[in-house]
Write a protein that binds this ligand. Sequence first.
Ligand code: FAD
Length: 416
Amino acid sequence: MIDIETFTSEARQWLDENAKLRSTNDEGQREPKWGEGEFSVAVFHNLSFEEEKAIITDAMKWTQRKAEVGYHKITWEPEYGGMGLTKEHEKAFFKLESEYDTPGGHETHSVTTHLMAPSIRLLGTDQQKKDWVHKWAGAQEMCCQLFSEPSAGSDLASVATKADKDGDEWILNGQKVWSSGAQFSEWGMAVCRSDSDLPKHKGITVFIIPMDAPGVEIRQIRQMSGGTSFNEVFLTDVRVPDTYRIGDIGEGWKVALTVLGFERGSSNGSSRVGGNWAQAKSLAEHLNLTDDPVVRDQLARLYSQYRIMVLNTQRVVAQTKAGQAPGPEGSISKMIWVKSMNLMSDVITKILGPRITADTGEWGTYEWNEHLLGAPGYRIAGGSDEIQRNIVGERVLGLPGEPRVDKNIPYKDVLK
Ligand SMILES: Cc1cc2nc3c(=O)[nH]c(=O)nc-3n(C[C@H](O)[C@H](O)[C@H](O)COP(=O)(O)OP(=O)(O)OC[C@H]3O[C@@H](n4cnc5c(N)ncnc54)[C@H](O)[C@@H]3O)c2cc1C
């Protein structure tokens, strides 16, 4: 296996050829320079369809370029387009990559590459793996998550979207909601009810749906942060072949849990959404507030919180082997990340005061408004804070489970 030093030097050469090194500030660090360039700390985009599509296309192109070499999935086996190397190689690449100007991320891109591709790699049939893993991991196409419904969010096992078998096909009917990026996706993974006579967790089956199939209707939802990255997705007599079923009939709950595990595990602050500690510090410096004892105290809290997040991410990375199904530790990562992001909003709001609600035109100030309005969303997405605490309580601390009155009752008899 290639040693880290040689790997790093080859990766550096590749990055030099494919991206521009970010400029350094006066102290020689690659931190943002106050007043220069585009400033965005948005958690969700507030853009038109075309503008948001352009962001996704840029992110896809960068991943596609990395996928030509295998830098997009360094620890994966070569048969799935990876390099078959270690987490240390991957870490070394991420560190190097962060020194370069590369396209920013997007939720849909991240759902496809970090949730959907690994889940199919773990649970798909040989044909499904051949059809989708490389394509999705390498961001050639996008796949959204059609899990939540109006009456099934935290209690996802209550999904009502019906899946009826008809020969070699299934007919799907129902409504999904909060489906991020459905309007930009070629595919969707839908959690459906295939048997209402069984208790709720047992009659679920998961399917991949082509988003342009007849009967799929996507309606965008306007968010408080301005944009429309979420959708309602209505499924009316949508036909999918049985070969698009993921896992066994009635075993969809395991599939959903695997995807959610990847979601929690990947929500660890490694993405670039929502600003960073260095930007918060620059703001306080620019406003001459770093001698203010209250601001200093808040910045110290923020810094500590971000350090905890980094250390926890390192712990999870060290614990998980490549490809292994993620465990409940993903819930801890998610909670720490969300707490860090929301603390950032609190601290910045105190530092900026009225500037966060009134645009003075001053660079790098009012833009934090987009952070403030977006950060709470991640307290809910991928399982709310309360649900993460339940998981940690039950599966890490071994506390008694929540009372579940509908546990052994057929789904059709559960009070709705
Ligand atoms: C930014 C964002 C992106 C999203 N993207 C997607 C997506 O791409 N695809 C998708 O399918 N869904 C998506 N969702 C939906 C998300 O998964 C659900 O919103 C989430 O699971 C919560 O479900 P709910 O909204 O129905 O709230 P509910 O489940 O109705 O919860 C309401 C409140 O009750 C609390 N609560 C519920 N049950 C319990 C319990 N047992 N113990 C303690 N408290 C409880 C919750 O914590 C919450 O505070 C997204 C949501 C957000 C905010």
